[in-house]
Write a protein that binds this ligand. Structure first.
Ligand SMILES: [Zn+2]
Length: 413
């Protein structure tokens, strides 16, 4: 047993932090002492004296691309790697997310068909560090000339409802839990594409039917209002971006708020605006698009929040200018752009994170019976959300009751 003593607890509920103790037994939280009480038994427990540091639930990345190459540890100029390198790099990125406080990751697509299933099996089997993972296959777009997924295209993609159903069956058979479709395109890469639908209603209806039959979840890359609506009509569980949601799309999202999650995906947008590319790389078009997207999101975010739609941090990390490991910056962007308080951003990354993982009853909060995915943070992230961006402030990282990063010997009483 491990007892976190003398700690300020942010429990994920949204309530202000309180002083107390947390007892971990095996992989679960056994008890929480609140409001300064010190009633939990120290007997048989290894005691961590937190010295006022904040204990909070581990975070969830809602738009994870573990196989996208770049990370804070390794700059990769393009998106393509030889298969062996891709595989090892993906495993390394899994460890990097955990190092930066992300104990869960909801995949938004991989650059290989079964990489994430193998990775998940290795992580869950023990011995390989990484977050809890909802694995995905290659994200799917219809046959076209796009450069977006150049290294990740499925070889045998086709068009029409039957081809879609086959693709979903194949993903499910290989162990994917989530299948992602690009419902509309991406203007950052192809001007105007964000407003174009990439699938027909019949195709997406078929996707919805097959996903239910195959017991997988659907995720949509959806900027266009009609793409959002199509996704909602056919049971998509997660929608990314939602940039050009109109009033009808907003109403539909609000109506289905109990079943749907939205990740606005601000990380990549902010990174595009901030990027200072070398002279031979022209990002002017991407920057213009990002400025437009951000303006829309700054209007839309507060509306969706006020309507009770669950917005989660997660920001397409893995590009050279938006590397894996920088994921906690999305929380700051929620505060800076979407009208969230730091506490609300933390709730989105923790409690809502547990919910998007499909484990809301046992993950994402500090409460007796919940899984022990915990971060011990120097300082108070409800006061300063940017603290989480510095891995040095994470004094300890625990996943499933085991320390990935143990606290320094000095805090072990
Ligand atoms: Zn993405």
């Amino acid at each position: 047993m491990i007892l976190f003593d003398n700690t300020r607890i942010f429990d994920g509920s949204g309530a202000p932090p309180f002083l107390g103790q947390v007892l971990v037994d095996q992989n679960r939280i056994a008890a929480v002492a609140r409001d300064g009480e010190t009633t939990l038994s120290r007997a048989d427990a290894r005691v961590v004296d937190a010295r006022g540091a904040t204990l909070m639930p581990g975070m969830t990345e809602a738009h994870a691309h573990l196989s996208w190459p770049s990370s804070v540890e390794r700059f990769v100029p393009g998106m393509e790697l030889p298969p062996e390198d891709l595989l090892l790099n993906t495993a390394r990125n899994a460890r990097i997310l955990l190092d930066h406080g992300f104990t869960s990751a909801y995949s938004a697509g991989a650059l290989g068909k079964t990489i994430e299933m193998s990775l998940k099996a290795q992580i869950d089997g023990g011995g390989m560090p990484g977050p809890r993972l909802i694995p995905s296959s290659i994200e799917r777009e219809p046959p076209n000339e796009s450069i977006y997924l150049a290294s990740g295209k499925v070889a045998d993609h086709g068009t029409g409802p039957e081809a879609i159903r086959e693709f979903i069956k194949e993903c499910a058979a290989s162990g994917a839990k989530v299948v992602k479709f690009l419902l509309s395109g991406e203007s950052a890469l192809k001007p105007g594409a964000s407003l174009q639908l990439l699938y027909t209603e019949e195709e997406i209806r078929a996707a919805g039917i097959q996903a239910r039959e195959s017991n997988v979840w659907l995720t949509g890359h959806a900027h266009a209002a009609e793409a959002i609506k199509m996704g909602i009509r056919h049971g998509f569980r997660v929608l990314y971006h939602c940039t050009y949601a109109d009033d009808e799309a907003i109403d539909m999202l609000a109506e289905r708020k109990a079943d749907i999650f939205v990740a606005p995906t601000l990380g990549i947008v902010q990174a595009t605006l901030d990027a200072k590319p070398p002279p031979h790389i022209d990002m002017s078009h991407m920057k213009a698009d990002a400025a437009m997207v951000l303006e829309r999101q700054r209007t839309l975010g507060p509306i969706l929040k006020s309507r009770g739609v669950r917005l989660l941090p997660g920001g397409d990390y893995g590009f050279p200018f938006n590397p894996n490991g920088r994921n906690a910056r999305d929380l700051e962007l929620f505060v800076r752009h979407l009208g969230f308080t730091p506490t609300e951003a933390l709730v989105a990354a923790t409690r809502l994170g547990g919910e998007i993982m499909g484990m809301g009853e046992e993950l994402g909060r500090i409460e007796a019976g919940f899984l022990a995915d915990l971060l011990l943070v120097e300082g108070d992230p409800t006061e300063d959300i940017t603290l989480l961006q510095n891995a040095g402030n994470l004094l300890a990282i625990m996943k499933d009751g085991k320390f990935h990063k143990p606290p320094a010997a000095t805090v072990l009483a």
